[in-house]
Design a binder for this molecule. Structure first.
Ligand code: ATR
Length: 291
């Protein structure tokens, strides 16, 4: 474990060596002149309860950190206090100790929304008095955080398209009460069906890993998307995916996925180190250099 006289945090995962979080938080620590470190700890699933126990007892150097695969559900299950988003999403990515208790949060929704607010201001206000429609590709963990964000931002129609349509149905069921309370309809579909509804879209989001370096391409034609629609992708390697390239060529506003990673890190850094950090071009370039 890394030693330092200041406050310290770490990302836990298994494996962990590909995490971008140490580079990201390391930039902010240096930028704000904070004495402390942000490390990466490889914690096997069976070692997680002991790690969190030691953290609560104050016998580790860390005051908190991030949790990534495969710990996001387990950290929530082992927490003493979880915020609303973590409970709704059934997973936590941020943890800290307060008065000997383990607190957890999920900042993925915050990161998704913050990225769009930053990269496409007013992206959620295109039809203030009408029904806003989003098309979301994918129905995994990332999709769950994004669908939650879209319901809270007033989207009235969410076309939720997935290769495995049953998974889209399960996700729609998960949010059925919240959607009803917010006058939002979630429509589970196949990917080709969603393509046919593209002319209704105010927002298109790819939440699948398709289009990422080393993965299959996302085959999805944007021919009928309205010019006013915003297109975003959670994939950030490459920074401009084929989907974003297609959207840019069409004249649509596009927002790449790197910003979601950067924005989701803000609340955790503030919690551990006491400074609310800013997402800047300098941070973006610093993280980009190592992608
Ligand atoms: P995450 O937590 O990052 O969202 P996940 O829960 O594994 O990861 O979800 C991955 C998403 O990408 C799913 O929607 C998955 O579709 P399935 O539910 O049908 O598996 C989608 N995905 C991954 N590979 C895909 C592929 N080759 N074609 C279509 N969709 C794919």
């Amino acid at each position: 474990m890394v030693e330092s006289s200041g406050k310290n945090a770490c990302v836990i995962g298994y494996p962990i060596k590909h995490s971008r979080s140490p580079r990201l938080h390391g930039f902010w620590l240096q930028h704000y002149g904070i004495e402390g470190c942000y490390a990466a700890e490889s914690i096997a699933p069976e070692a997680l309860p002991t790690f969190l126990d030691s953290l609560k007892k104050g016998t580790l150097i860390y005051c908190g950190g991030n949790a990534t695969i495969p710990h996001k559900e387990a950290v929530l299950a082992l927490a003493d206090h979880a915020d609303e988003t973590a409970k709704v999403l059934g997973a936590a990515n941020t943890y800290w100790v307060e008065d000997g208790a383990l607190h957890v949060s999920n900042t993925d929704t915050y990161g998704f929304l913050g990225n769009l607010d930053d990269g496409a201001p007013d992206w959620d206000a295109s039809k203030v008095s009408g029904a806003k429609t989003a098309i979301v590709l994918g129905a995994g963990g990332a999709s769950r955080a994004i669908v939650y964000g879209l319901i809270t931002r007033g989207f009235k129609s969410i076309i939720l398209a997935n290769r495995t349509v049953e998974r889209a149905h399960a996700l729609a069921d998960h949010f059925s009460d919240l959607a009803l309370a917010n006058d939002c309809e979630i429509m589970p579909q196949s990917l080709p069906q969603a393509e046919a509804h593209l002319s209704q879209a105010d927002l298109l989001v790819n939440t699948t890993s398709l289009g990422m370096v080393g993965q299959d391409d996302l085959v999805f034609s944007l021919d009928s998307i309205p010019r006013s629609a915003v297109v975003t992708d959670i994939v950030y390697t490459p920074l401009e995916t084929d989907l974003l390239k297609q959207a840019r060529a069409n004249g649509n506003r596009t927002v790449d996925g790197l910003g979601m990673l950067l924005h989701q890190a803000v609340p955790g850094f503030e919690k551990w180190f006491g400074v609310r950090p800013e997402v800047t071009d300098a941070l973006r370039n610093h993280v980009l250099q190592d992608l």
